[in-house]
Design a protein. Structure first.
Length: 92
């Protein structure tokens, strides 16, 4: 179930960008996610002795993420196939 959720999130992230910049945008999002995961471990380790501060920081991050998801526009698929953008036929 968890893997399906992450795969669905990847599809929605990719569909949020035009085809011309999709790979660059998706790789940037993937990189930012990994850097944020590393920083989260550093912050959690430094705040492990101050539990109320740790919970407040974690809650603030989750609230910010939920707000961003609620305010983000719905992805609009352009329904353009790669073959339509390419001047040459794509061979299989």
């Amino acid at each position: 179930c968890s893997i399906s959720g992450w795969n669905a999130l990847n599809c929605l992230s990719a569909e949020s960008f035009p085809l011309e910049v999709r790979a660059t945008a998706f790789s940037l999002l993937s990189t930012l996610g990994r850097v944020a995961a590393i920083l989260a471990q550093v912050v959690d380790g430094s705040l492990s002795q101050r539990v109320p501060t740790l919970l407040a920081a974690t809650s603030a991050c989750l609230a910010l993420a939920a707000l961003g998801g609620a305010l983000a526009p719905a992805p609009q698929s352009s329904r353009i196939r790669v073959e339509e953008l390419s001047p040459q036929p794509v061979s299989a």
